[in-house]
Design a binder for this molecule. Structure first.
Ligand code: UDP
Ligand code: MG
Length: 309
């Protein structure tokens, strides 16, 4: 059985098109499937739309979360409720074309890959958003511990064994494409051009994208902390040299009334310390969040035949 997980947050306008294209694509390969729409606390008519489609096709299931938890949590919720042997993740805004599923499916069943991800060979759509994605991947490529992530997003199919491995990682701060690469197994890809979203405004606001990017960087890179260390060391060396200079100047009697240099060093050291405190604080905060150990999401209701009656 194939399970496809699709997170939905206020996408009422495109659900018809999404369901039509996804169902057509999946039914061209198998009749044994379920599509789990995870309603991530939508405040528009998305939920009604989804349930209406469920009335027509019982293979459509709806997992309704208690509020908006963000799309990485929504994907996790969907994966945890999926019962298929092959499990997929796909964005609900048709930026990931559902028509790619048969090709990914074949790679798993015929070529025996454990994970097949969509690899973007290009992007259509908003220049600013694409630019921010490219910038993020440029940084991540250079400082992340995981390589070759730049063209992969959430879009993927995987075998049960890989999905279980993904879900075995219980960390609260999640960047699923990174975790998916991290778990290993035999991974392949299928190339595609990422479309613009079909309708509506992006639901990942710049703020949410920024926090996703920092999740990725802080959980898959040691660079920020190494950066502190390097800059701190350089700063120490420079000021040791400066200290020696000051002493020599004092001893040989040409000490200048140098309040500007004093002020400069105070500014410089002060600002470095603030930056470092910020970075350290980020790690402490992340540690705190992990140790709070709160559930990633709460389910309001799972519309599934087994549970509904
Ligand atoms: N999404 C979600 N919760 C959120 C934000 C987004 O479930 O808090 C869903 C959204 O409905 C869409 C997918 O996640 O199906 C990707 O969102 P979007 O297209 O806004 O992100 P981007 O394309 O910028 O990555
Ligand atoms: Mg999108």
């Amino acid at each position: 059985m194939l399970s496809l997980v699709i997170p939905i947050y206020n996408e009422e306008k495109l659900i018809d098109e999404l369901v039509r294209r996804t169902v057509t694509s999946i039914e061209s390969i198998t009749d044994d499937y379920e599509i789990i729409f995870v309603d991530d606390g939508s405040t528009d008519k998305s939920m009604d739309e989804l349930l209406r489609h469920r009335e027509l096709n019982r293979k459509i299931k709806v997992l309704s979360l208690s509020k908006n938890f963000g799309h990485q949590a929504a994907y996790t919720a969907g994966l945890e409720h999926a019962s298929g042997d092959i499990i997929g993740m796909m964005d609900g805004d048709l930026q990931d074309p559902p028509e790619l599923i048969p090709q990914m499916f074949r790679k798993i069943t015929e070529e025996d890959f454990d994970i097949v991800s969509g690899k973007r060979t290009g992007r259509r759509g908003h220049v600013g958003r694409n630019l921010s994605a490219i910038l993020f991947h440029l940084i991540f490529r250079n400082i992340g511990d995981i390589k070759n992530m730049e063209n992969y997003g959430n879009y993927s199919l995987m075998k049960r064994i890989a999905a279980d491995a993904l879900l075995a990682m219980k960390e609260k701060v999640r960047y699923l494409p990174g975790l998916r690469t991290f778990i290993g197994f035999k991974q392949g890809s299928v190339e595609y051009v990422r479309d613009d979203r079909f309708k509506g405004r992006p639901k990942m606001t710049i703020r949410k994208l920024f926090s996703l990017a920092s999740d990725a960087i802080f959980s898959f890179s040691r660079f920020p902390i190494v950066f502190c260390l390097i800059l701190g060391t350089i700063g120490t060396l420079v000021f040791m040299a400066a200290g020696i200079y000051v002493i020599i100047a004092k001893v040989s009697g040409f000490a200048i009334p140098g309040w500007s240099s004093t002020l400069l060093s105070i500014y410089f050291l002060g600002s470095i310390q603030l930056v470092f405190l910020g970075i350290l604080g980020e790690y402490v905060f992340r540690n705190y969040k992990e140790s709070q150990n709160r559930p990633l999401y709460f389910v309001k209701k799972f519309y599934d035949d087994l549970l509904e009656k």
